[in-house]
Ligand binder design. Structure first.
Ligand code: UD1
Length: 418
């Protein structure tokens, strides 16, 4: 068990480069199973969730190899259709593999997937979508069995634009006979990247990035070399780190056009922002105003994966803000920890009312999930005294060398054994 020790009060200054997006890479890894030819994912971050996904791929007979920063995936010899229980419980995105395994070998077996402890996170939309593709789904003894022998394209409407369900259905449909029209699909940039990747592999997909995606099944997909998109959530986290410390930070190798919801909330309120094609710069204010109201929404709305981090920022704002979490029921676990640091927050159902205080103070706090952990680190960078963030393995799931990157900006943060 490792923890971060953070001495707060240092302004962050300088440049930091972001890695490729975890959520993009996970979908691409799953999709790579759809071909028996070599797939190379360039510049792949070696973060814990990616390693877990690779372990799952290897457990079903996929051969993987790191070559410099790239991952080579050879799925020519899939030996199993079962996603192992212990591995599946580590990451929720193991459920995407059902779609790709089904597409490739027409049957699959899984348990209910794991991942962050942030709400009920059911998989009913995934299952309904697959059933609409005429996949027979049966549940027995805690396992879900999928039989896709007679799968065929269909019209599928999602009650909610779930990212995972959209990705899963796309993967299941690309090698399925007929045309699938998916309505109320998720529009996240990671969906567009997945569709781009599958198109490089020879899939026929139109409309990704809009709410209607059309997939015309093909017989076979070929190998591909593909570079994932930059991580908009990491980029946003570094931007907020600049804002909360009142520093000047330039986030490089990111895609500001994927970050409009965050930029429009904090520009002129927490700092002055300049966005270029692939970098973004913030000059944080000494004391920032509150943002008033933030509601998490599907893309292009404000991302739930930045809700905890902006909540940390609002703790030290001048004024009161309301943060409404519409995506996940119990995604306010960081609030209890922020209270230990002197924050003034009340949670009512899905809303957190945050009354800004002059400053936070150091305390021992625990990262309950990935983004909650990042938020506590941001709070620690600002707080007076030393903050101990325990359970950093949650943060390692999604941020590559987080503390080193923050140190390169002048943060005082070190990783120590508990
Ligand atoms: C993905 C991201 C996650 C992000 C989330 C929302 C990955 C690996 N993870 O998660 O970082 O926070 O999108 O942007 O890409 N839902 C159902 N039934 C389902 C599926 C989802 O009710 O079958 C609900 C969920 O409980 C949740 C909401 O829909 O309340 C959004 O979930 P979804 O978009 O599916 O998120 P994930 O794909 O799990």
């Amino acid at each position: 068990m490792e923890k971060f020790l953070i001495e707060g009060g240092h302004k962050l200054n300088g440049e930091v480069s972001v890695c490729k997006a975890k959520n993009c890479v996970l979908a691409l890894l799953a999709a790579s199973v759809l071909t028996d030819e070599l797939v190379i994912i360039k510049d792949c971050p070696k973060i814990a969730d990616v390693v877990s996904m690779i372990n799952i791929l290897e457990s079903i007979g996929v051969k993987t190899k790191w070559v410099d920063g790239d991952i080579h995936i050879d799925s020519s010899n899939i030996t199993d259709h079962e996603i192992p229980e212990t591995l599946a419980k580590e990451i929720r995105s193991s459920i995407f593999l059902v779609g790709s395994i089904l597409g490739r070998i027409k049957h699959a077996k899984s348990v209910f997937p794991g991942g962050c402890e942030i709400g009920l996170r059911p998989i009913d939309l995934h299952l309904k979508g697959l059933k609409d593709l005429n996949v027979i789904v049966t549940e027995e003894g805690g396992y879900i069995y999928f039989d896709g022998k007679n799968a065929r394209g269909n019209n599928i409407h999602l009650d909610f634009p779930s990212v995972g369900a959209t990705e899963n259905i796309i993967m299941a449909a690309v090698l399925t006979n007929g045309v699938t029209v998916l309505t109320n699909a998720a529009k996240e940039p990671e969906i567009v990247a997945l569709a781009d990747f599958l198109q490089v592999m020879g899939a026929k997909i139109g409309g990704a990035g809009s709410s209607t995606i059309i997939i015309e099944g093909v017989k076979k997909l070929n190998g591909a070399v593909f570079t994932p998109i930059p991580d908009r959530i990491s980029a946003g986290t570094f931007l907020l780190a600049g804002a909360i410390t009142g520093g000047e930070v330039c986030v490089k190798n990111c895609c500001p056009k994927h970050m409009s919801a965050l930029i429009s909330k904090i520009d002129g309120v927490a700092g002055d922002i300049k966005a270029y094609r692939n970098e973004i710069y913030i000059k944080g204010y000494k004391k920032h105003k509150s943002v008033n109201l933030i509601e998490t929404q599907p893309y292009p709305g404000f991302p739930t994966d930045l809700q905890a981090q902006i909540t940390a920022l609002e703790c030290v704002a001048d004024g009161t803000s309301i943060v409404v979490e519409n995506m996940f029921e119990t995604r306010f676990k960081h609030v209890t920890e922020l209270l230990k640091m002197g924050a003034d927050i009340t949670v009512r159902d899905r809303a957190a009312i945050i009354r800004g205080v002059k400053n936070l103070h150091g305390a021992q706090v625990s990262a309950s999930d990935l983004r909650a952990g990042a938020a506590l680190v941001l709070a620690g960078l600002k707080a007076e005294g030393v903050t101990e963030v325990i359970n950093v393995k949650q943060i390692d799931r999604g941020y590559y060398n987080f503390e080193e990157r923050l140190r390169s900006l002048g943060a005082s943060i070190k990783r120590v054994d508990n």
